[in-house]
Design a binder for this molecule. Structure first.
Ligand code: PEP
Length: 257
């Protein structure tokens, strides 16, 4: 992660209502402050459900908490007859900095394809949200095509039409490692992250490739984070289950300690 500020991001999925979110964010921020966490050295972001975002915004701005936050999805459209969708304009209004796009649960449970992911990346950038573009192979893909082919193809599709000046984050999340307790090895994560960085260099140029953060996600815990963070092309983690446990998540953030 040479010259790139690590990002530890917590994807809460459909957990914690807005009242629980307020308590959790308050405890997380103050716990990390008490432990003298340097938020400029390791950035921390949370991704609560949509209905929590207004409360998180109010808390973060009132208490000037050094936490970033974002949504778990965004509509490809700005406004109109799209029942149940959330516009990037609304997220920007709530001062979200990031938005997760193409999480494997969206791709599988909601049948999101590469074209939709691409459109959502465009929508995020239009509203000045940093897309956290998730890519990763299933166990079946891994067996048939090896580890890199599917994530590389997904990233290429997601980046089509993206301007070289765009600020993005990439998350490599092997589907077989998500929620399974069976994380990739640091070497496996590094191998794919290096391939993804090569895609960034090819499509957006060397400078963008050098500055863009690539996260690893899939059963990250406090006791395995350090191995990933030691890899040169891994710049942080997207954490699911373990991001809901205050102590565990704080210890992931404090991986250097
Ligand atoms: C995720 O859903 O992005 C994820 C990585 O989940 P977990 O950490 O629970 O494997």
């Amino acid at each position: 992660a040479v010259n790139r500020t690590p990002l530890i991001a917590g994807n809460w999925k459909m957990n914690l209502d807005h009242l629980q979110a307020i308590a959790f964010v308050q405890k997380l921020a103050w716990g990390l402050k008490d432990a003298n966490h340097d938020f400029t050295a390791v950035e921390v972001a949370v991704f609560p459900p949509f209905t929590d975002l207004r409360s998180v915004q109010t808390l973060v701005s009132a208490d000037k908490l050094p936490l970033a936050y974002g949504a778990q999805d965004v509509s490809a459209h700005d406004s109109g007859a799209y029942t149940g969708e959330i516009s990037g304009a609304f997220l920007a209004q709530l001062e979200c900095q990031y938005v997760i796009i193409g999480h494997s649960e969206r791709r599988t449970l909601h049948r999101e394809d590469d074209d939709q992911v691409q459109a959502k990346v465009q929508a995020a950038l239009k509203h000045n949200l940093v897309p956290v573009i998730c890519v990763g192979e299933s166990a079946d893909d891994l067996e048939k095509h090896g580890p890199s082919a599917v994530p590389v193809a997904q990233l290429r599709a997601a980046l089509a039409g993206v301007d070289a000046a765009a600020d993005i984050v990439v998350a490599y999340e092997p589907v077989w490692a998500i929620g399974s307790g069976k994380a990739a090895t640091p070497e496996q994560a590094e191998q794919v992250a290096a391939q993804l960085r090569a895609v960034l260099a090819d499509m957006l140029g060397q400078d963008v490739a050098a500055k863009t953060r690539i996260l690893y996600g899939g059963s990250v815990k406090a006791d395995n984070i350090l191995g990933f963070m030691r890899e040169p092309n891994v710049d942080g983690a997207l954490v699911g289950g373990a991001s809901l446990d205050l102590t565990e998540f704080a210890n992931i953030v404090r991986f250097q300690k």
